[in-house]
Design a binder for this molecule. Structure first.
Ligand SMILES: [Zn+2]
Length: 279
């Protein structure tokens, strides 16, 4: 039979022994444990589609990455707990926009669509960013301003189509001529002339544009436009808010116009430029 004092001494010894073994193991764990990863491609896709959904369906493959972003926004006091759910809806867009503004960004840089710099900054000590997407720098192609990502996409589409095209409007063009307000303010946007182009070739070009990652539609006089192809590069981090709505609607089977009619373009598997390049 043990005395009370003997039991306490034994317990104390056991506690010391446990601590002596456990302490180095914990220190080692703290150093070597990797942070979770947030997939930027998945976050961008959800940030375009989810705000346009009529329900709370999650964008496939995006939940875990979006949740990390939302938890970080919540930790900064920018997002209420009921919206921390892996769904990048309008409240998350607003919270992300507020975060971008807190970093000093304005205009399309504070649209609520994550860019690589803000996404990494938000994730400090919380997550690391994988699958980064960059709009690149602004360049002139076919006499219009595009970014390097959009230009590479158009060059690839022209290769599939088998001919070069003429642009009537490019990107980064606030106050532009497009009747879809603001869609050309940011990156990823372009209008293509279809003057003299047969109906079959218009469809062939739309198909090529969609295959490489554009949300592209033929705009018509019946819709209030001169005939042209309006194309937005899906998941371009520089998309304006209006353009984000159109790429989201493209994924949801709509035509990108204010009336949100049915998609009237050729049916092609919807991909981003990054997904197209991986094949
Ligand atoms: Zn346009």
């Amino acid at each position: 039979m043990f005395t009370k004092a003997a039991v306490l001494t034994a317990l104390a010894s056991a506690a010391v022994a446990t601590f002596a073994v456990a302490a180095p193991a914990q220190a080692e764990t703290a150093v070597t444990t990797a942070l979770p990863t947030a997939n930027m491609e998945a976050v961008l896709k959800a940030a375009q589609i989810d705000p346009r959904r009529a329900d709370d369906t999650l964008t496939p493959g995006a939940h875990d990455s979006v949740l990390l972003v939302e938890q970080a926004l919540q930790a900064k006091g920018l997002l209420a707990s009921q919206f921390v759910d892996g769904y990048f809806g309008t409240s998350t867009i607003d919270a992300y926009s507020a975060y971008q503004k807190s970093l000093g960004y304005t205009g399309i840089d504070a649209s609520g669509l994550p860019g690589k710099t803000s996404l990494e900054k938000l994730g400090e000590n919380r997550y690391t960013v994988t699958n980064p997407v960059s709009a690149g720098s602004q360049v002139t192609y076919h006499s219009k301003t595009l970014n390097t990502r959009t230009k590479a996409m158009l060059v690839a589409a022209e290769g599939i189509y088998g001919s070069q095209v003429a642009l009537t409007q490019g990107s980064y063009n606030p106050g532009g001529v497009d009747a879809s307000a603001g869609t050309h303010d940011g990156g990823g946007a372009m209008d293509i002339s279809v003057s003299g182009m047969s109906s079959a070739n218009r469809t062939k070009l739309l198909t090529a544009l969609r295959k490489v990652g554009f949300a592209a539609w033929l705009r018509t006089p019946a819709q209030g436009f001169d005939y042209h192809i309006h194309a937005m590069a899906v998941s371009d981090p520089d998309l304006s808010s209006g353009a984000q709505h159109q790429t989201g609607d493209y994924y949801l089977g709509m035509n990108g116009l204010a009336g949100r009619g049915a998609d009237d373009g050729p049916q092609v598997t919807k991909v981003t430029w990054e997904e197209y390049q991986r094949g």
